[in-house]
Design a protein around this ligand. Sequence first.
Ligand SMILES: Nc1ncnc2c1ncn2[C@@H]1O[C@H](COP(=O)(O)OP(=O)(O)OP(=O)(O)O)[C@@H](O)[C@H]1O
Ligand SMILES: [Mg+2]
Ligand SMILES: [Zn+2]
Ligand SMILES: [Zn+2]
Length: 630
Amino acid sequence: MDLLERLEQYRREEQKLAWEGTFGEYFELAVKTPRVAQLSHARVYEMLMAAGAEGPSGGRSYGFFAEELFGVEPALQQLVEYFSSAARRLEVRKRILLLMGPVGGGKSTIVTLLKRGLERWTRAEAGAVYAIAGCPMHEEPLHLIPESLRGEVRAAYGLYVEGELCPVCRSALAERYGGRHEDVRVERVVFAEKSRCGIGTFSPSDPKSQDISELTGSIDLATIGEYGVESDPRAYRFDGELNVANRGLMEFVEMLKCDEKFLYSLLTLSQEQSIKTGRFSMIYADEVIVSHTNETEYAAFVANKRSEALQDRIIVIRVPYNLRVSEEVKIYRKLLSESALKDVHLAPHTLKVASMFAVLSRLEESKKAGVSPLKKMKLYDGEEVDGLSRADARELHEEAAREGMDGISPRYVINRLSNAVVKDDAACVNPIDALRALKDGFEQHTAITREERERLLNLLAEARREYDGIAKREVQKAFVYAYEESAKTLLNNYLDNVEAYCNKTKLRDPITEEEVEPDERLMRAIEEQIGVTETAKKAFREEILIRLSALARRGAAFDYTSHDRLREAIEKKLFADLRDVVKITTSTKTPDAEQLKRINEVVDRLVAEQGYCTGCANELLKYVGTLLSR
Ligand SMILES: Nc1ncnc2c1ncn2[C@@H]1O[C@H](COP(=O)(O)OP(=O)(O)OP(=O)(O)O)[C@@H](O)[C@H]1O
Ligand SMILES: [Mg+2]
Ligand SMILES: [Zn+2]
Ligand SMILES: [Zn+2]
């Protein structure tokens, strides 16, 4: 990268965003491109849709959120639908959006995505916003058109104008521009929370000291002496969050924690599209208000009679936790890639096992017979579960009204994983480490009740049992592969013995060159794997020999796949050998050279093909060893 060149380029791009002209010129632009004058909700909606949407209603996914949010499609769909209606200026746009859900369920993330999205969007051509230059609320220049002319403008140009000039612009029009509307300066603005344009945030703090001016601006003590009256706009600072967020979006953090007086400011804004500020008449404002809260606070709010007017003005969107294991894994991947853990090796299945536990903790017990939490979890994740269908999944979810509103949050899981790494200074985290870290976490947590702890411990055990099955299968798979050579050797060895046995000849020991009897023990060890009895062994061996000679006559060799039952026997024999091999690694005895070689082969296979590092591959073998020796 050439920094100087990039800086040059950066300045050129910034320059492109700087447009300035008169209101007359702006009006021409608005006639040509009416979207520049769209209202805030329509702008947000266009931004959302510009990133694309796919899938059927109910499971629609939106490109805008696709990289960042997983498993909360219903909430996102509701959100987009809200903007869709609000964009058409339906009554809903006069309501405040309230995201309601459990801690760490993604509420703030949704709002942040909207805010950052708008910042980017207004820098793009399609999202360009223009404002009266010098207006503290960067207001829509079309406000300059007098009320009495608006009907004609609408009829002639199709431009809808809503809202009145703010006190500052009104006085500027009269004094600075001598009343000539068309001369008023207009400029392009880009939204940025940092420069306090188009994006605002209000967080409740101590209700005693928090002042309404944070929302609606305040008297400018430095200039009030100069202008004498408080109703002179020059003696007022229109710098409250509601002013700043005009034309864009304001986030109202934890809205229901706020003092009522703030809520009433919101009520007028949403109802009348205006802000009551100081000594001024109402000031028009056009902005999206998004807030968030948790279920308990919301319930208290709804129970409070005095809040009825406000309740009526709120649209609640439930944002429950994700309930699909595969989506939960994506959440963790995203969070980990942003954290200090990105350089730590995660053994395969670690995130999946943590996800299983998290999802299990969020599920409600089903009243339906035979539906265990584990089955429900798999069903929700789209797995085949015998006896249950897709329709059952829907029904199960509908029966559990509060599902997803409680349980373990993604944030908790990530914190616990980080903790495990930091505490042990680990280079690698495996599923068992993860489960242990999760457990330590809620054992330390005093806020968790005894029953809840009990429930979580049971779910941990459940996730762990699920993992045990996965671990065993994983090792067996690697084993068969790493032992393909061994399988061949074992097969040839068996065939040589069978041949000698059937022809009543002897074998020559490859090393000592001595003549030896066929190895009955070896043959039986293999045959027993598939239930060939002592009395049936002769027939079985003859059958094999016939197959062998038939192949030989055609010039073909008998291989591992030539006889299905024999192949099965060989594989099972290898698995049985594995037990010993793996057990040995966990025992105090040191493995001999041959065993060591085998272990290394399995480890290599796990590393090369399954994403393990040597550390966690060895851990896996050790773990499966203890499972097998139980
Ligand atoms: N469904 C999800 N998809 C992607 N990331 C998620 C999801 N749910 C939570 N997260 C991640 O978990 C973290 C916590 O989420 P966030 O802060 O948005 O939650 P919140 O609902 O605002 O919580 P709180 O009530 O504690 O304020 C964030 O980093 C967020 O990205
Ligand atoms: Mg939050
Ligand atoms: Zn103004
Ligand atoms: Zn590892």
